[in-house]
Write a protein that binds this ligand. Structure first.
Ligand SMILES: [Zn+2]
Length: 308
């Protein structure tokens, strides 16, 4: 299979490699736009088409508040944390090693750099790409998992500009993962018709989740201890509860601590069960179509890409 470009993009004809399902889709669908992307390991073509992907979600009655962290991706209101996996850290180490090696090979007096330099440079960019993909893949899987097991998901509305203000956090592996994680939370929420709410992160770590008293603390203070109601819990758990409470109040519901009173979300359960009935008819017809496109998704939602 090959793809020929006849417009201003003077690249001519390229061979197109893709799996069987993508190939079928390419002939069947009305493609609106083709985008060619250059990556360190080759060229990729992204085909854009209109699709309506919605699947019938399973409703569990769980609500979750997420506090995004630096040591881990998130911690929820029940103290469950998802830690960055070992393989990401290992790759980071290899990245540092290669970067050092590249620095040694660089000769500022030499105009075309040596072949060794360019070989190392290529290896470095392929590694960068690999890490980028590992991180993204992992963040997407985490988002899928969270939305699968919860009906209401509340996270922080972290704007990149807010993060850049704090220069200690500005360049961290986390902000990339955060962005992808929250983007895909929204996406899976739409597909499975679940409520994903983003709340403002103001004071979520300062306020007491039990009585509302504002306890000022620095970034290094890891426990929240309230002088008014004597609550003493992990700083991130406190934040997660505050985030969850904020989100539930946006939805017009009240959250009660499940540790004390069992699952206190019966009103939300009723509401979300109602909304599934409306979706059922459309879900059954769209399901097959939606699943097929899902397998080929790379990059942004609704874009199917194959290898060129
Ligand atoms: Zn308190």
């Amino acid at each position: 299979m090959s793809i020929a470009f006849s417009d201003g993009f003077n690249i001519g004809t390229l061979s197109l490699y893709c799996n069987f399902e993508t190939r079928e889709d390419l002939f069947r669908l009305k493609i609106n736009r083709v985008r060619v992307v250059k990556r360190a390991d080759g060229y990729y073509a992204q085909f854009c088409f209109d699709t309506d992907r919605s699947e019938q979600g399973e409703y569990t009655g769980n609500v979750i508040g997420l506090d995004l962290g630096l040591k881990y991706l998130y911690k929820d209101q029940n103290d469950n944390a998802v830690v960055y996996p070992q393989y990401l850290r290992k790759s980071e180490k290899r990245l540092k090693k290669l970067q050092k090696r590249l620095g040694r090979k660089f000769n500022k007096d030499k105009k075309p750099q040596s072949n060794n330099y360019h070989r190392t440079r290529k290896r470095l960019s392929v590694l960068h790409l690999k890490i980028q993909r590992q991180r993204k893949d992992w963040a997407i899987k985490q988002a899928r998992c969270v939305v699968h097991f919860s009906d209401v998901i509340v996270d922080e509305d972290l704007k990149v500009c807010n993060l850049v203000k704090n220069h200690h956090l500005a360049k961290s592996i986390s902000d990339v993962s955060w962005y992808q994680f929250t983007t895909w939370l929204d996406y899976y929420g739409k597909i499975w018709n679940k409520a994903v709410v983003s709340v403002s992160p103001n004071y979520t770590s300062q306020d007491c989740s039990n009585c509302g008293h504002r306890v000022k603390k620095s970034l290094s203070t890891r426990t929240h201890s309230c002088s008014v109601c004597q609550t003493e819990i992990c700083r991130d758990k406190n934040a997660a509860i505050n985030i969850l409470k904020k989100g539930m109040s946006i939805l017009g519901m009240e959250w009660q601590n499940s540790e004390k009173r069992g699952l206190g979300v019966s009103p939300s359960k009723a509401i979300f069960q109602d909304s599934t009935f409306g979706q059922k008819e459309s879900a059954s017809t769209e399901e097959k179509h939606g699943e097929k496109t899902a397998s080929a998704i790379e990059g942004k939602p609704n874009i199917v890409s194959g290898f060129l």
